[in-house]
Design a protein around this ligand. Structure first.
Ligand SMILES: O=P(O)(O)OC[C@H]1O[C@H](OP(=O)(O)OP(=O)(O)O)[C@H](O)[C@@H]1O
Ligand SMILES: O=c1cc[nH]c(=O)[nH]1
Ligand SMILES: [Mg+2]
Length: 207
């Protein structure tokens, strides 16, 4: 499985703000917005473009647009904090939504929302979720997408645990991961260590 760590000083700085327990919700959301721009920028580095002749005020030249704008899929709640920034970078993108809440005891995802186009054949998909912990939520989401024909899926995560990456790899699903950090491990409660806590609660408050 292709895992790309965006190891840039500006990404590390935003992630550190998110990790810091003193960061309040507004500052956490702002840092996640800025980090999302960097992660999506890197994730789309090699996407195909189409060219057309355009005129500048001075001369004719080549203009570029994305050949296949991706479907953006934030995983609610926490992924909602990445959706607008990704959409600003790729205004032509369509957006689908998946809502999952991890059961605190079993650590399995409980689905509560699914709003996706019927067919995803020949469409790249960017899944937006700041946290890849056990990998159960990402696996669930990717299975929804591949069930609709997707075979080009990129998971964009602020943080990933080695256990979650190993789990995703074992599934054999067609996914590539772009993240700002592979952290040390999961703790007994399934939280990423050192991590940043609960990414949904830190943005929107505890439920
Ligand atoms: O890899 P996993 O072990 O499945 O954990 C990762 C999931 O946990 C978080 O969501 P959570 O269930 O806390 O929901 P929330 O976004 O509403 O807080 C996170 O945003 C992922 O979706
Ligand atoms: O550390 C973790 C693990 C799962 N979900 C979170 O929001 N944080
Ligand atoms: Mg949560």
């Amino acid at each position: 499985m292709d895992v790309h760590v965006v190891d840039h000083p500006l990404a590390k700085a935003r992630l550190s703000t998110m990790r810091d327990a003193r960061t309040d919700s507004a500052a956490f959301r702002a840092a996640l917005h800025e980090l999302t721009v960097m992660l999506v920028y890197e994730a789309t580095r090699d996407v195909p473009v189409k060219t057309e002749r355009i005129h500048t005020p001075v001369a004719r030249t080549e203009g570029y647009t994305l050949a296949k704008p991706p479907l953006l899929v934030p995983v609610l709640r926490a992924g909602l904090g990445m959706a607008d920034q990704a959409h600003k970078l790729i205004p032509d993108a369509q957006m689908g939504f998946v809502g999952l809440a991890r059961d605190e005891e079993t650590l399995k995802p409980t689905p509560y929302l699914e709003s996706l186009p019927e067919s995803l054949a020949d469409r790249p998909v960017l899944v937006l979720d700041p946290m890849l912990a056990t990998g159960g939520s990402m696996e669930y989401t990717i299975r929804l997408l591949t069930g609709r024909g997707a075979d080009d899926v990129t998971a964009i995560c602020a943080l990933a645990a080695p256990e979650g990456l190993a789990h995703l790899e074992k599934t054999g699903l067609p996914v590539r991961v772009v993240t700002a950090s592979i952290d040390e491990r999961l703790n007994d409660s399934g939280f990423i260590v050192p991590g940043l806590g609960d990414a949904g609660d830190r943005q929107y408050g505890a439920v």
